[in-house]
Write a protein that binds this ligand. Structure first.
Ligand SMILES: *Cc1c(COP(=O)(O)O)cnc(C)c1O
Length: 373
């Protein structure tokens, strides 16, 4: 069996986790502080606030920016559902904009057309670790005085024209779910240069306690329990110190795939735009236009039968039942998203995937393509 994703945990990391159990600090301790400092440095940010998931981190930002009922937030339907759900949590409306054909990130030109007097922010996703086209997007946001939120959950270690992903929004997030570039089991973080956003997020993640100097049972606002404990933070710190190596491994796996698949006429391979460094969240190929969604699903089923686990990133958010029901979205509204979403196949992709395993995946993929044609 070759899984879609598989964690890469070293003995150093195992010991880092165990060492926390020797202490009397299991939450709200020094490891969270240290992890925050290191993440902030990587994203070239002043502040970082850990949370117990990437979703929680996104929710904190929406709340910290005061986005709520009656507000609209422009975002992409081609993403993991959490990037739109965080807007819905606060009663605001996600207004979707279609994606660019090549990079799958939000289309700047259409983004500007969707701005209304109710638009409060643009939530931009660095999809599959590929940075959005930040320069035109930031210019549009500035011209219309809109806040930019960056969902860089999939893009730790990526950069756009020399600037790291996670440095573009007024606040940005990373996720540390097991299939992300580094993992804490579950976990996430908000990074920002704005001291007020940082303080608010820290307070709200900790039951609305004061960020500094309050007492345990004093709650200055309504908060949540979004704290990330010391054990995952210790794992995160140890993983983070290997980030450069991890990105190298992922880049090598991606290259092995590309070398083997670039001559396959039925496939379009991932594109890396000029000026982009990719940290590779997943390796997603796309079947050519002549394939239907049923054929795509048969390719995936064929591979599963041969022990190769593949995924279908992404199923468009606007077509998920709650979005159809709440906002009246229908099929056909975002043609690029729908076209891409019905033809993608995410191949097994993780740090320690071997060249031999990649040969196996590629051979079975070729058989599957022949089988469904
Ligand atoms: C993983 C992911 C999230 C959510 O992160 P969790 O840690 O799983 O809550 C949000 N947005 C995107 C684009 C993601 O890939």
């Amino acid at each position: 069996m070759i899984p879609l994703s598989s964690p890469d945990i070293t003995n150093v990391e195992r010991r880092a986790v165990l060492s926390i159990l020797e202490t009397d600090r299991l939450s709200l301790g020094p490891k969270a502080k240290e992890f925050e400092k290191r993440i902030a440095a990587i994203a070239k940010r002043k502040y970082a606030v850990t949370a117990n998931s990437g979703t929680a981190a996104l929710h904190l930002i929406i709340r910290a920016l005061g986005i709520g009922k009656g507000d609209e937030v422009i975002t992409t339907p081609f993403s993991f559902i959490a990037s739109a759900n965080c807007i819905v949590y606060e009663g605001a409306k996600p207004v979707f904009v279609d994606i660019e054909e090549q990079t799958f990130t939000i289309d700047p030109a259409t983004t500007e057309k969707q701005i209304t007097p109710r638009t409060k922010a643009i939530l931009i996703v660095d999809v599959f670790g590929h940075p959005a086209d930040w320069n035109p997007l930031l210019e549009i946001a500035e011209r219309h005085r809109l806040k930019v939120i960056e969902d860089s959950a999939e893009a730790l270690g990526s950069s756009y024209r020399g600037k790291p992903c996670g440095s573009f929004g007024v606040a940005s997030t990373f996720s540390f779910y097991p299939n992300k570039q580094i993992t804490t089991g579950e976990g996430g973080v908000v990074v920002t240069d704005d001291p007020d956003i940082a303080e608010l997020c820290q307070s709200m993640a900790n039951q609305g306690r004061k960020a500094q100097g309050g007492t345990w049972l004093e709650h200055v606002r309504i908060g949540f329990n979004y704290r990330l404990p010391e054990i995952p933070c210790a794992l995160g710190i140890a993983q983070l110190s290997r980030l450069e190596k991890i990105v190298q491994k992922r880049t090598r796996v991606a290259r092995w795939y590309t070398e083997r698949l670039k001559e396959v006429p039925e496939l379009e391979l991932p594109v890396v735009a000029l000026g982009v460094k990719m940290s590779w969240f997943v390796y997603v190929v796309r079947l050519s236009e002549k394939y239907t969604v049923l054929q795509r699903d048969r390719v995936i089923a064929f591979m599963a039968e041969k022990g190769i686990q593949c995924g279908t990133y992404f199923s468009p958010i606007h077509l998920q039942p709650p979005y159809r029901k709440m906002f009246g979205y229908r099929g056909g509204e975002f043609p690029v998203t729908e076209r891409v979403g019905s033809r993608t196949i995410a191949l097994p992709f993780f740090n320690n995937l071997s060249e031999k395993e990649i040969d196996t995946v590629v051979n079975i993929l070729k058989q599957a393509l022949a089988y469904v044609s």
